[in-house]
Design a binder for this molecule. Structure first.
Ligand SMILES: [Zn+2]
Length: 409
């Protein structure tokens, strides 16, 4: 294990007066605005907004762009981020893939690179790979590394958000307390580096630019190798006191179930995630209970995936359908408890397993409705994540953007 030094949270590159911060955030959230638009949103006087915006133009953060439509009198000038003011990087580090994007301060992706990778190769190899990809893409875009002001990183393990350190990550051997922030600061000294659990990052992606845009309280449930849940409460990511809120994979779904890798019995993850679905299907194939699953097992050389089970179900295989229904029901029943407790307006289902067929989503919905109070489900929508695999990298960009500017203390 590496020693943990110099990883305490770094000051953001741009500490701003609160009035400047509010103006910058307005432009970042809404897009180009006139001085009077900003003044109206923030209830600032005309003279105050003139000073605030003037300072932001002087420091090179905002610039005047184009002419607005006149409502009588002089046409208002719009304010936007200065085109080459700076950039951010979003990294979605999955168990078996890497998704890296470079974006401007409006959140527009300028370049994106996706590739398979194995997080078990450890932090030295994986982080060096990420750094080299970023440098290569910046070179291509002709952007110096000192112009990177924020790096947001989603990782597939529990993160102590205040320090950005992974704590006992079950599928990331060697990553425990590795100083990820310090690693990137060596190459990108102007950047604020923010590390968060991947599910929180995906929820943030949906909150800022996806189906959660107009929702104050919603859940993002990722179902893949594991099961995790990002919580949006009052329009903010809720991380709990240590950063591990939403770790729903280890809620007990069956007292008599199989043993989980965490050591407990019947965890939702052990009973209903991708490996459980694939494992049950392989068992049925070997027991000759399903000819279609046996066919897939042979094609795949003895290793089924949840996607294979979905394909078998769509071919009308009864056993595959039952396995998917049971998985969806168990997830739905655990989500019902969360619905009763939290009363969200929306649950988004994401992750690789979310695409194994309509039967899966239908079973989750049934499980939730069956066990929830009528008032809590009256306006509840349960849908597959529309951003899908883009939620992670977009969320990582949003994470970076939201930490570049802070109020000066
Ligand atoms: Zn467990």
């Amino acid at each position: 294990m590496k020693t943990v030094t110099n990883t305490s949270s770094r000051e953001a590159p741009f500490p701003l007066e609160i009035s400047q911060l509010n103006a910058v955030e307005s432009v970042r959230r809404v897009g180009p605005l006139s001085r009077s638009d900003i003044a109206e949103r923030l209830s600032y006087s005309r003279s105050k907004i003139t000073v605030v915006v003037g300072d932001l133009i002087d420091t090179g953060i905002l610039e005047e762009v184009g002419d607005g439509t006149s409502t009588g009198g002089r046409r208002p000038r719009f304010l936007d981020f200065k085109a080459d003011f700076g950039y951010v990087v979003g990294v979605d580090l999955g168990a078996s893939s890497l998704d890296i994007a470079i974006a401007d301060f409006k959140g527009h992706i300028l370049d994106r690179k996706y590739m398979p990778s194995d997080v078990r190769d450890g932090p030295d190899a994986i982080l060096a790979l990420i750094r080299n990809i970023i440098i290569d893409r910046l070179d291509y875009l002709d952007i110096p590394p000192t112009k990177i002001y924020g790096i947001g990183i989603g990782v597939p393990g529990p993160v102590e958000f205040s320090t950005g350190l992974l704590i006992a990550p079950p599928i990331m051997p060697g990553w425990e307390a590795f100083p990820i922030k310090a690693f990137f600061l060596e190459t990108f000294p102007s950047a604020v580096v923010i590390v968060d659990n991947e599910v929180n990052v995906m929820a943030l992606g949906e909150l800022r630019g996806g189906a959660g845009k107009n929702e104050e309280n919603f859940l993002f449930v990722k179902i893949g190798t594991g099961i995790g849940c990002g919580i949006v409460c009052n329009g903010q990511i809720y991380r709990g006191s240590n950063g591990c809120a939403g770790d729903i994979g280890h809620i007990c779904a069956d007292q008599n179930g199989t043993t989980c890798h965490c050591g407990n019995v019947g965890c939702l993850e052990a009973m209903a995630a991708g490996p459980a679905i694939a494992g049950l299907a392989a068992k049925a194939a070997l027991a000759r209970n399903s000819a279609i699953l046996a066919k897939y097992l042979e094609i795949r050389n003895g290793e089924l995936t949840a996607e294979d089970v979905g394909a078998a179900a769509s071919e009308g295989d009864r056993v595959a359908n039952e396995i998917i229904r049971d998985s969806g029901r168990m997830i739905g029943e655990v989500l019902a408890s969360l619905v009763n407790f939290f009363n969200p307006s929306l649950i988004l289902i994401g992750g690789g397993v979310s695409h194994i067929g309509h039967q899966f989503l239908a079973s989750i919905r049934r499980g939730v409705l069956h066990r929830s109070l009528p008032l809590s489900t009256r306006h509840l929508r349960i849908d597959t994540s529309p951003m899908g695999p883009d939620a992670g990298v977009n969320g990582a960009i949003a994470l970076a953007l939201e930490h570049v500017f802070v109020a000066a203390s």
